[in-house]
Design a protein around this ligand. Structure first.
Ligand code: SF4
Length: 376
């Protein structure tokens, strides 16, 4: 949804968080007619918003008072509201955010020893109905705007008090030291909300603000084949594929979008369209489901499927949710599967479940938003 905010066009407050630099520039140009000054104002606003976490114009001391009060009258810098926050025994934090239209989304902060990952949502609900995924039982309500996507990151920084920590070791440009990685693995299929996700990523990667490197942002897709190449070329962050099966008949059930773009089309596109740099690999996510996709034959077939494609396979023990028809594979079975893959020299870490006690683990997210539409 294009955002057009101008002093003339709106009499009520509008949110400038999550606007691109270009959008901000056109807004600022309404009252700073010289392009150089407008550009300087954009840089100042950018720094206050994305390096200092300012949520009000009042304290932006390098903007003159008149300008601050004009901005304050018409615009705001608001974040999604925290409706609920749950902390797991293992330190994982799950946020339920309420958006302006009362929709709800979930975001998960996963602290680890050497990295801390924020798992964010790109849609309210999801249309893709992957049968092992709790979010898939909640049909799509709508796409999130770039403001709502970036807003999740900003709101977590506010809540965890990370702004000051972020600045302590920064020189002239900034970096986040606490949230080291962002993954679009929360609610929704990011490549079905392509433009807003692209805009959000450009804000997250801006080196005068949040400054996440392209290697530290991962888009996880169920396999929207025509958008994978585009995302690789335009957004340039990492891409993970939710694979979960080695035969079309199984994948059709686990990841129904496979009926539209099957394994051959998906892997063919990855081979032809993704230009990997030296040490880069395509990441595949593979949920381990007891008796469904976890046999030794599956593991051998997986190795054959990925032959010649630099790959990393994350094995994810299934995280249960009420009403699910699946069970987690036994550890013995997961280890045997992993051993076959490793023998073929493909890295294959087994993901440690995080936040299970608060239903924050992979595939467990679901908010109670109203089902309104379910079209791709
Ligand atoms: S796994 Fe991802 S794409 Fe599939 S239903 Fe869940 S949120 Fe949607």
């Amino acid at each position: 949804m294009p955002i057009k905010l101008t002093l003339q066009s709106t009499s009520q407050e509008s949110n400038i968080l999550g606007l691109s630099r270009d959008d901000l520039f056109s807004l600022v140009s309404d009252f700073e007619t010289q392009p150089k000054r407008a550009s300087m104002r954009v840089n100042q606003l950018w720094s206050w918003i994305y390096c200092y976490g300012m949520s009000s114009f009042d304290n932006m001391t390098n903007l003159d008072k008149d300008l601050r009060s004009k901005l304050q009258k018409v615009f705001n810098i608001s974040r999604p509201a925290i409706e609920k926050k749950e902390v797991s025994n293992d330190g994982t934090i799950k946020y339920l955010f309420r958006l302006n239209d009362q929709s709800k989304i979930e975001t998960v902060f996963i602290p680890e020893e050497k990295r801390s990952t924020l798992c964010i949502s790109s849609q309210v609900g999801c249309t893709l109905n992957c049968s092992f995924c709790h979010t898939g039982t909640q049909k799509l309500v709508r796409n999130l705007s770039s403001q709502e996507i970036v807003g999740q990151v900003i709101a977590v920084y506010d809540d965890l008090g990370l702004w000051e920590k972020k600045r302590v070791n920064s020189s002239n440009s900034s970096c986040f030291e606490i949230i080291t990685n962002i993954v679009f693995m929360g609610m929704g299929e990011p490549l079905l909300n392509y433009e807003e996700v692209k805009k959000a990523c450009s804000i997250l990667m801006d080196n005068k603000g949040l400054d996440f490197s392209r290697r530290r942002i991962t888009l996880s897709t169920a396999g929207i084949v025509p958008k994978i190449k585009l995302a690789h070329e335009e957004i340039r962050c990492m891409i993970a594929i939710s694979l979960h099966a080695t035969e079309n008949k199984t994948r059709d059930i686990l990841v129904p979008i496979n009926k539209k773009w099957n394994l051959e089309q998906l892997l063919g596109s990855l081979r032809d369209d993704i230009k990997l740099r030296n040490s880069e690999r395509v990441t595949f996510e593979y949920v381990m489901l007891d008796g469904i996709n976890d046999t030794k034959e599956d593991a051998h077939r997986l190795v054959r499927l990925l032959q010649g494609l630099p790959s990393k396979i994350n094995l994810i023990p299934f995280n249960n949710w009420t009403g699910s028809q699946y069970k987690r594979s036994s550890l013995d079975r997961i280890n045997a599967f992993r051993d076959i893959i490793i023998k073929s020299r493909l890295p294959s870490p087994i993901r440690k479940p995080r936040g299970e006690d608060i239903m924050a683990a992979c595939g467990q997210l679901k908010s109670n938003s109203v089902k309104e539409e379910a079209s791709i």
